[in-house]
Design a binder for this molecule. Structure first.
Ligand SMILES: Cc1cc2nc3c(=O)[nH]c(=O)nc-3n(C[C@H](O)[C@H](O)[C@H](O)COP(=O)(O)O)c2cc1C
Ligand code: SF4
Length: 370
């Protein structure tokens, strides 16, 4: 019944056993629990898990591939996921948070004068000046580090890498933040250069490695998303990224705005519907033959099968739906779709749990344990 959903696909040179991908999701739980939960998601039948926010340097948020401890952490995750026949992708990212702006916020946070929303706003305000002021030498060192991180990722056992097109790639891409006047700023071609050089650095080191690109798209009228590629500029960015070595695109709304825009609840005014970011996929589909992975409010197997048939996407990535029910793929493929705990996009325990620093969970866990 779900012929396409359950069929294998060549995802930029890597064979995936079906079309379901666990979208990058930082769980904010201790390591043992993270391993156990990712293993449960892999056992639920999805074809690939993307590990979110793997830093390209030694220092950054999250374990580093360049430290012994961080490397061992990723090896442990990969082993637990591979045990279930599931592929693993490292989402390589460089933060665009200005460390000095962050340090200035510490006293306010300690005295509770600044809440998480204030902190986010202050850090967002600092992104433009930080990106615009980075020296060319520093920029070149950062883009080169994507190649070095990809080598470490492969050595740890990752099957492919995803370049996080939000964060620093996204802020360089966006005229909202990038006010540089050198070869990294100004025209769309120049603003694409950072991302293109990051991808090319990986391709130089690893000629055969599939490189997925998280293409963060932003739009005006109405305005949504800040760091990322404006819809109208996709015809410049997509071919340049492809030429640099990107083998597939993972398409979503750009960030650096309200988190509930990129992780939209069902009541969101623009992105409340199933498959809310698919119109961005359509724009990219017109520009490339590379595989496209959609994400955003995908929960209904019938809907997903229809979109695959229509050629709007080649894979479906899910974050909240696989948190709500890791068994979604097995249930769909075994004819038990009626038993799925459908994510209702309430954001109560997943995004809510993350914001309240109690880890990412789901309302269904409470129901199950009651
Ligand atoms: C709790 C939580 C953590 C997330 N962490 C990341 C992350 O580390 N990196 C990333 O690129 N996206 C992250 N996302 C965004 C998801 O990958 C996805 O794009 C978004 O949730 C929309 O998909 P969904 O409707 O299937 O949840 C996160 C989402 C959630 C809910
Ligand atoms: S709490 Fe559960 S049901 Fe609600 S949005 Fe998050 S994952 Fe979906």
């Amino acid at each position: 019944m779900y012929e396409l959903l359950s069929s294998p696909v060549d995802y930029g040179g890597l064979t995936l056993k079906n079309r379901i991908i666990f979208s990058p999701t930082t769980l904010g739980v201790p390591e043992d629990e993270q391993v156990e939960r990712l293993a449960r998601i892999a056992a639920g039948g999805c074809a690939m898990i993307i590990i979110g926010d793997v830093p390209v340097g030694k220092h950054g948020f999250g374990p580093s591939l360049f430290t012994q401890k961080g490397f061992a952490h990723y090896q442990r995750l990969i082993e637990a996921i591979h045990a279930h026949g599931c592929k693993v992708c490292a989402q390589l990212h460089q933060s665009d948070s200005d460390l000095s702006a962050m340090l200035k916020c510490v006293p306010g946070m300690l005295t509770h004068r600044l809440g998480p929303d204030d902190l986010r706003k202050r850090l967002n305000d600092a992104v433009g000046p930080y990106i615009t002021g980075l020296s060319e030498r520093k920029v070149e060192a950062i883009t080169a580090s994507f190649g070095e991180a990809a080598e470490r990722a492969v050595a740890a056992g990752f099957d492919l890498v995803q370049v996080h097109g939000d964060r620093m790639c996204g802020s360089f891409s966006s005229a909202v933040f990038n006010h540089r006047t050198d070869r990294y700023g100004g025209s769309a071609e120049n603003r694409a250069r950072f991302a293109v050089e990051a991808v090319a650095a990986i391709r130089r080191k690893l000629p055969e490695l599939p490189i997925d690109y998280k293409l963060a798209v932003r739009q005006e009228d109405p305005h949504y998303g800040n760091a990322g590629v404006l819809v109208e500029e996709l015809p410049v960015f997509v071919p340049l990224l492809e030429e640099a070595g990107v083998t597939s695109f993972h398409i979503t709304l750009a960030n650096h705005s309200d988190l509930s825009d990129t992780i939209p609840p069902a009541k969101h005014p623009a992105f409340g519907a199933e498959g809310c970011f698919l119109p961005f996929c359509d724009r990219v589909r017109a520009l490339t033959k590379k595989p496209i992975c959609a994400v955003g409010g995908l929960t209904d197997p019938d809907f997903i099968e229809e979109q695959l048939k229509a050629g709007r996407m080649d894979c479906a990535a899910m974050s909240r739906q696989l948190i709500a029910d890791p068994e979604w793929p097995n249930k769909v493929f075994d004819g038990r779709a009626g038993e799925i705990h459908r994510c209702v996009r309430c954001n109560k325990e997943c995004l809510g749990g993350m914001m309240a620093h109690r880890g990412v969970h789901c309302i269904y866990e409470r129901k199950v344990s009651q």
